[in-house]
Design a protein around this ligand. Sequence first.
Ligand code: SF4
Length: 470
Amino acid sequence: MQVIYIDEDKYQYDIHSLFKAFYPEEDVRVIVGKRGSVPEKEKDVSPDDEISFIDVDKTKNDLKKEIYLTLSEKTGKNLPWGDLTGIRPTRIAMNLLEEGKSEEEVFCYMKETYLVSDEKINLSIDIAKREKEVLKDIDYQNGYSLYIGIPFCPTTCLYCSFTSYPIGAFKGLVDDYIECLKKEIDYVAKDFADKTLDTVYIGGGTPTTLEPDQIKELIGYLRDKVDLSHVKEFTVESGRPDSITRQKLIAMKEMGVTRISVNPQTMSDATLRIIGRQHSVAQLIEAYNMAREEGFDNINMDIILGLPGEDASDVQHTIDEIIKLDPDDLTVHSLAIKRGSRLFEAIRERELRGELKTTMLESMKNTGEMMEIAKNGAKTLGLEPYYLYRQKNISGNFENTGYAREGKAGIYNILINEEVQSIVALGAGTVTKRVYGEGGRIERCDNVKDVKLYMEQIDEMIDRKRKLFA
Ligand code: SF4
């Protein structure tokens, strides 16, 4: 374990993230306590643990730089994102470009201030320019986007950290849940009548766990109540192939959905079984082809690098199979390992039973080589990177990147990532964000995660939003 004592109660998060990036397989603890005076309650720190003492009497950037250089020398590692610990590196490039800085100035700033690698700086600038272009017609002040959460899935994936309940057990509640969403839609129709709705995103969960008539009921109600005539993109995540049927695709098409996701995560049946997705590669291909037959011309696919037991040859296989399908949009995730998640526990159990040839964490590693394979695959498909974000405990300390064909970039993805426009979110476990002016402050309000509580407290959920936008 890495134990870091800091002399003042500040920058813990950044210090923890930096140490974790250098020591991804170790526990990291940051404790406020003076050098040589270990607080009583921390006496469980073992003499075998590696202990560092840090004085935090510097600016945050200077401190992070100093820690980075020390750890880099000690471990012999250079991190692709340098000492950047935030989750949205493209915002730095975007803000500087908007201030009128040249690309060269942005490059120098990111290099000198955060020690970011040349490759990642160029990627950030490239994406920031593309984001600006995609968002050029979006009115941040008088427009808004709408998110609707459907928190049900066929089964729960082992790495899942979203609000998700098994549809089998919750089927009887879905109609009532939709009635609550309608109440929230009524609120939006009334209170946002003078605003322009730019994008709609129905996510989850898996929205295609709804039956065709429920899809029509929900979207039809939205169409009746809210002016969708300015909507530039209407996405429905149809992520799980085992939830997609032709009738549901027809219902979505009829209702004006313009973009869907059909997500493989991997093209290996063996890995799909390990991660608890109860569909096969063959089902994925069938669902994708069906969506094309029904006229969907903007289909996203998500994949995850660093899945248990997968190496570069598995990623190459996944990419080769995806190239054959030719999606319009490809989102490449690095697995984020959440301690306490079912994935973490399942891998440990399998390791204990001797079923995995490598150790637990070694079996879930994203690498530069895998990232390169995915990047080249996107290039072969003619897709360009258009948004990226990072997560805590992300495998290999890399990033998640969305690639898209020209004109097919997910506008909502950029908006939520760059936080430049208010997003009104409906449904259990969703978060509404109010953005006050360009570059301004952001305030949030949450809907409760528990579906039954959400339904019981629907009036309060609406009231919270009303107060946020008052
Ligand atoms: S499909 Fe997505 S939301 Fe549903 S269980 Fe899997 S990761 Fe979670």
